[in-house]
Write a protein that binds this ligand. Structure first.
Ligand SMILES: O=C(O)CCC(=O)C(=O)O
Ligand SMILES: [Fe+2]
Length: 302
């Protein structure tokens, strides 16, 4: 994450214009960000992160063959110690780290990544704000991204072949729930996006991995916030028989941040499509809808 301050003004102008143009053409934004990331090389990721992640994740998990999604991950949230009253809030709590001495320096590396990726997320949020004709710091302010629910997900896809016809995917088609996701991948092809979610049949395109660039996916919360002016990015991962590693960084606002139709995204003809909702309520609802209740499984085992 070098030279962010120096590069930002010109990047902002360029991206804002590009995004506005894309919005008026109703395209998906994932590619825009990808290409601009490369041009400006602002979203720089240290190579060691990828290779270190590869070593760590493979030493932590022993893959088992399952039908459906076979990705596995190690999640790192914003670390909130148990004695902090904030740890009561959903998505908060202490992270689980390897015992001291097992992987010297790893925790520090991950914490540094977490911290620096958040700065990139905030820079992207400023661009999004400008593209939506909002004040540049509409999202990048203490009430919205001051105490964000940010999660780093280190992912490994074992060396399987996906078979969409049989419903076997590295990760099945989905859009991320939150605001934006910064995605860093190794150089194994696998990620696909669908630019038009409503098309029948859907057309899937590979996103070519580029070293040193983040892919930016827009999440469902941003779609809702912008009254569907921005569409969240529908994506999936197909395995091609090679191990694949990626790092997803999910940027969501503060727990209490109100996700309410943006003032620039409503008109008389296009009134708000969704009622206001708090960020953490929205995320909790989405997780509840889409994740199995594992306590049922625990009871079964007992
Ligand atoms: O591994 C990837 O490229 C995508 C990961 C992803 O979509 C997710 O974790 O939500
Ligand atoms: Fe995703």
């Amino acid at each position: 994450m070098r030279n962010i301050e120096a590069t930002l003004p010109c990047l902002m102008r360029f991206l804002t214009l590009t995004i506005k143009c894309m919005v008026s053409n109703s395209f998906s934004l994932a590619f825009v960000f990808l290409y601009n990331c490369i041009i400006c090389s602002i979203f720089h990721i240290h190579h060691w992160c990828n290779s270190l992640c590869a070593t760590i994740v493979s030493s932590f998990f022993s893959p088992v063959g399952v039908a459906g999604d076979y990705k596995e991950g190690y999640y790192i949230g914003v670390d909130v110690p148990e004695n902090d009253p904030e740890s009561e809030k959903p998505f908060n709590g202490p992270n689980v780290w390897p015992a001291d001495g097992v992987l010297p320096g790893w925790r520090q590396t991950m914490e540094k990544f977490h911290h620096e990726a958040l700065e990139v997320g905030k820079a992207v949020s400023r661009i999004i704000a400008l593209a939506l004709d909002l004040e540049v710091d509409f999202f990048d302010k203490p009430e919205v991204l001051g105490k964000p629910i940010a999660t780093l997900r280190l992912l490994h896809y074992e060396d399987q072949f996906s078979d969409p016809a049989k419903g076997i995917y590295g990760a099945g088609a989905h859009s991320d729930f939150g605001f934006i996701t910064l995605l860093a991948t190794d150089d194994v092809m696998g990620l696909q996006i669908c630019k038009d979610k409503d098309a029948k049949p859907q057309i899937w395109e590979y996103v070519t991995p580029i070293k040193g660039a983040f892919i930016v996916n827009l999440g469902d919360m941003l779609e809702r916030w912008s009254n569907c002016m921005f569409k969240s990015t529908l994506h999936r991962v197909l395995g091609n028989g090679q191990d694949r590693y990626s790092i997803a960084y999910f940027v969501e606002p503060n727990h209490d941040s109100l996700v309410e139709c943006l003032p620039t995204c409503r008109t008389e003809k296009c009134p708000p499509k969704f009622p206001p909702i708090r960020c953490s309520t929205y995320l909790s609802q989405r997780y509840k809808e889409t994740h199995a209740d594992l306590s049922v499984y625990d009871k079964h085992q007992a």
